[in-house]
Design a protein around this ligand. Structure first.
Ligand code: IDP
Ligand code: MG
Length: 141
């Protein structure tokens, strides 16, 4: 199990609001190395598959509508303790509860429109990374 990688998406609100550069700056300044990145858009089918674990939740339909509403930036990041450190950097799911200075506190507007995704375990980081990238597309040192 790879333990120094995580997967992120800069969500459609971040792209629409012109915040790609600012968010990537913060990620890189926090010691994460980008080893794969693409601007892409989820279809409804792929968004439903990515968030399948939430399909019984009342917010599922709204989440899929939001995540397919425009392009996203998908990326794979490397850093020691990547998953945990990245969750600290992005902050709580609900931006109102996020710590000052976190990406969601700075750039998210609601619990659904919350600017950024971060994997919650090493296992999910690997699954989510493979959802977007082949091994040949990742530039690990
Ligand atoms: P996370 O992104 O912080 O890991 P999850 O619980 O995995 O949060 O939920 C996935 C995504 O679903 C969230 O990032 C957010 O966009 C959306 N979401 C989660 N909980 C709610 C909710 O209670 N209301 C609306 N949207 C939600
Ligand atoms: Mg999650």
């Amino acid at each position: 199990m790879i333990t120094n990688r995580t997967f992120t998406m800069l969500k459609p609100d971040t792209v629409k609001n012109g915040n790609i550069g600012a968010v990537l700056e913060k990620i890189c300044a926090s010691g994460f190395k980008i080893i794969g990145m693409k601007l892409t858009q989820l279809t409804v089918e792929r968004a439903e598959a990515f968030y399948a674990i939430h399909k019984e939740q009342p917010f599922f339909e709204g989440l899929v509508a939001f995540m397919t509403s425009g392009p996203i930036v998908a990326a794979v990041l490397e850093k020691e303790n990547a998953v945990e450190d990245f969750r600290l950097l992005i902050g709580s799911t609900n931006p109102d509860e996020a710590v000052e200075g976190t990406i969601r506190k700075l750039y998210a507007s609601s619990t659904t429109n919350n600017a950024i995704h971060g994997s919650d375990s090493d296992e999910n980081a690997a699954i989510e990374s493979a959802f977007y990238f082949s091994n040949e597309e990742l530039f690990s040192s």
